[in-house]
Design a protein around this ligand. Structure first.
Ligand code: FE2
Ligand code: FE2
Length: 380
């Protein structure tokens, strides 16, 4: 039987290929080189940066063909984006989040890099030695507030945490960003816990979760709903409070604690705003649904009492902040503290509205959809 041969020129070309030469080399020596596959995507040469430019950044590593993110992902096997499919791979993940607009944001890799570069330590970056004995009511108020913060910081970690496992590995940038957020929240939990225990006090009462208006953060059923509730509303409100941390600090340790936590929170809020903006630009069909979540969020933001927001009256942490900001537990100090809290609440609402505008849903403030209570807060 005649053996079919290829024309000499083609054989020569194949022979000349370094890939083929490598395969031949292995075969002649008994190596199994089946895993070696010729890829047209080989040979990327990303900008690895310099020490001055911030080093080799994730967004630059993935600037070539492997950076192409699919609008829909069929990847159920944990395959890294851009890697070759292995047909016999088991389904290690059953990822409900496989539509890009459901989880994506522009510059997710940059935000992750920023998170990595700005890690700090509650052990060594807080000047704990500046703590001094405080009047009893001030110490108790600080302990009540930090007990509250210890509890809610944990929520801010474990709520986004579950979405990491729900999201296809093809969208690894938001997944890795969420991993960094969980690290941040663990640190917040630990810094506030340390403060509760550091100065002769201790942990006080847990959060009373009854009566939360507008749904609670951990009730979200969809990633964008969760992100709007947590990143934009919940963490946005906490950020407004932390930014005023100087007003409730009695030493440099507390100032550093609120300042460093605020810098992390601003990154968490940015993630939520950037994600919602991406969704509004790429999937306008979800717009009515998103407005529905914002309706619920605004119910909470404007509620007369809200256990999740320490700035709103009616909680132990609210009274604690009044004492800290007013400088004592007597009536006039608490009233003074309440006045500052009302100003912070106004700021929370103004900042919320600004974030929603940036995210592309600001029409609700012009067309009567948004809660009328918001305007009352910002206009007084
Ligand atoms: Fe936090
Ligand atoms: Fe946070």
């Amino acid at each position: 039987m005649a053996i079919e041969t290829r024309p000499d020129t083609e054989q020569d070309a194949v022979k000349a290929s370094p890939y083929q030469a490598l395969l031949d080399h292995g075969r002649e020596r008994g190596y199994k080189l089946d895993w070696l596959q010729q890829r047209e995507t080989f040979g990327s040469a990303p900008d690895i940066g310099t020490e001055d430019s911030g080093g080799f950044l994730l967004q630059n590593a993935d600037s070539g063909p492997f950076g192409q993110t699919p609008d829909f992902s069929d990847n159920m096997t944990g395959r890294p984006r851009g890697a070759l499919n292995r047909a016999e791979s088991p389904r290690v993940g059953n990822y409900p989040v496989r539509t890009k607009s459901d989880v994506w944001l522009r510059n997710g890799a940059q935000l992750y890099e920023e998170a990595v570069q700005r890690q700090w330590s509650s052990s060594t970056d807080i000047p704990w030695h500046t703590l001094e004995a405080l009047p009893d009511e001030i110490e108790r108020a600080e302990c009540q507030l930090t007990t509250f913060l210890t509890e809610v910081e944990f929520v801010a970690g474990d709520v986004p945490g579950k979405w990491i496992a729900y999201t296809t590995p093809d969208y690894y940038e938001p997944r890795m960003y969420l991993v960094s957020q969980i690290m941040d929240e663990a640190r917040h939990l630990d810094v506030f816990r340390k403060r509760a225990l550091a100065n002769g006090g201790g942990l006080m009462g847990q959060l009373n979760r009854a009566g939360a208006a507008g749904g609670v953060i951990d009730s979200a059923r969809d990633f964008t709903e969760m992100s709007a509730r947590l990143h934009i509303s919940g963490e946005g409100s906490v950020l407004s409070l932390f930014r005023m941390g100087e007003l409730m600090s009695y030493n440099d340790a507390e100032k550093a604690m609120y300042r460093l936590a605020a810098s992390d929170e601003s990154r968490h809020v940015a993630f939520g705003v950037m994600h919602l903006q991406y969704l509004s630009q790429t999937d306008p069909e979800r717009s009515a649904e998103i407005h529905g979540y914002l309706d619920e969020i605004e119910l909470g933001l404007t509620a007369a009492a809200d256990p999740q927001n320490p700035v709103v009256r009616g909680t132990d942490s609210n009274t604690a902040i009044s004492i800290l900001m007013g400088g004592g537990a007597d009536r006039s100090s608490i009233e003074e503290g309440q006045k500052i809290l009302i100003a912070i609440r106004r700021r929370q609402i103004k900042e919320y509205m600004q974030r929603v505008r940036v995210a592309g849903f600001g029409d609700r403030f012009e067309n009567g959809r948004a809660s009328a209570m918001l305007e009352e807060y910002v206009s007084t």
